[in-house]
Design a protein around this ligand. Structure first.
Ligand SMILES: NC(=O)c1ccc[n+]([C@@H]2O[C@H](COP(=O)([O-])OP(=O)(O)OC[C@H]3O[C@@H](n4cnc5c(N)ncnc54)[C@H](OP(=O)(O)O)[C@@H]3O)[C@@H](O)[C@H]2O)c1
Length: 342
């Protein structure tokens, strides 16, 4: 099969279209013919993890070393990138009960990657589900990473039902996680303020945010508004600067954090009032099925900025690396049997 392979860390040019062996499904696996994948921040980091020094890593130091060892110390251990996908089941292992040849599926590979290829295998109990009926493969491939992560992180705060009627601010609202968090928080009944830069204000409005703040023009920590929850995806704000923007028992939730914020979490857990929560996502296949239902109910939408064919994956990386995308960047995989594609 064709796949975009990289065998050394480096700029997008390290990504080469090659002929590699097609994977064969184990008894509990399905073989998926991929129609679309995406390029997101995980791909960019993994492609050049050598450059992700502990200070650039947006997680605490104790997590950096295992991540470096996982991705490869001097050269990549994983050679095909792409962490989310949509495609069609080509073959099912003999023990597979819930999928059958021809099923249209979408899913998330996390750090295992592998979606920038014509085929991949997934265990049937992995993060794979029937694709939302109202989305094309391209659209469905943009959903899993952001939505699974945002849902999981929002759940770390409290039961999502308790978000109803609360004021929630999402900093980093235009990115993969933030754009899903805006839509999920709206779905759960929160009043949502999205913070982003000027070019993406309209995008964040279109996601359903009740209010948008352009951080290049306004500092949300100084406008006198207070929130029940401030969810900072990139950790660009600080707990001290957000204190006055949090209600009395408000929560400061971080998707990216360092040891300092972990100590703040520990400290605030022992005191009353405002809390810091640093959380790692824990995705589940039940969540993916739930997300599918939200998509089918029109509560989660897909916004595609650009599409690139598989052979131009390096170009897709260049574009994502510029940091100017509005919505998702898709890698499409053409198969000879074109009538199978929606
Ligand atoms: N905790 C977990 O389990 C977990 C899981 C996955 C990922 N993460 C973390 O999540 C982060 C990636 O999130 P993502 O995939 O949503 O990223 P993303 O898609 O790259 O989006 C990040 C957004 O941040 C905004 N931004 C960039 N520079 C900014 C700045 N200086 N100030 C404020 N906003 C800025 C950008 O939009 P604008 O230009 O519009 O501002 C961009 O849309 C990484 O740090 C990763 O470590 C955590």
């Amino acid at each position: 099969m064709k796949a975009v392979v990289y065998t050394e860390y480096g700029p997008p040019d390290v990504l080469q279209l090659k002929e590699v062996e097609r994977p064969a499904p184990q008894d509990n696996e399905i073989l998926i013919r991929i129609h679309a994948g995406s390029v997101n921040v995980g791909d960019i980091w993994a492609r050049n993890f050598r450059e992700i020094t502990p200070s650039r890593f947006t997680m605490p130091l104790p997590l950096w070393l295992p991540a470096r060892m996982y991705f490869g110390v001097t050269r990549p251990r994983i050679n095909i990138l792409g962490n989310e996908f949509a495609g069609e089941v080509e073959e099912a292992g003999r023990d597979v009960k819930h999928f059958t040849k021809g099923d249209q599926v979408f899913g998330y590979r996390g750090q295992s990657m592998g979606a920038n290829a014509e085929y991949l295998c997934m265990p049937e109990d992995g993060l794979v589900a029937i694709k939302p009926a109202n989305m094309t493969y391209d659209e469905a491939a943009t959903v899993p990473y952001g939505a699974l992560t945002a849902l999981s992180l929002l759940r770390k705060v409290n039961t999502l039902a308790s978000v109803r009627g609360q004021k929630v601010l999402i900093h980093g609202a235009s990115g993969s996680i933030g754009s899903a968090a805006v839509q999920l928080a709206r779905y759960f009944g929160a009043e949502v303020t999205g913070v982003c830069s000027t070019p993406r204000l309209e995008f964040v409005r279109a996601l359903g945010a009740d209010k948008v703040i352009d951080y290049t023009r306004e500092d949300f920590t100084k406008n006198g508004e207070t929130y029940d929850l401030i969810f900072d995806i990139l950790g660009k704000s600080s707990f001290s600067s957000c204190q006055n923007s949090l209600k009395q028992n408000g929560i400061y939730l971080l998707a990216s954090f360092k040891m300092k914020q972990l100590f703040q979490m520990q400290w605030t857990s022992m005191t009353g009032g405002k809390k810091v929560i640093c959380a790692l996502s824990s995705e589940s296949s039940d969540d993916l099925v739930f997300i599918k239902s939200l998509v089918e109910d029109g509560k989660i939408k897909s916004f595609i900025d650009k599409r690139y064919p598989l052979e131009k994956t390096a170009e897709a990386h260049r574009y994502v690396e510029k940091g100017c995308r509005t919505g998702s960047v898709i890698v499409t995989v053409e198969h000879k049997n074109k009538e199978d594609k929606l």
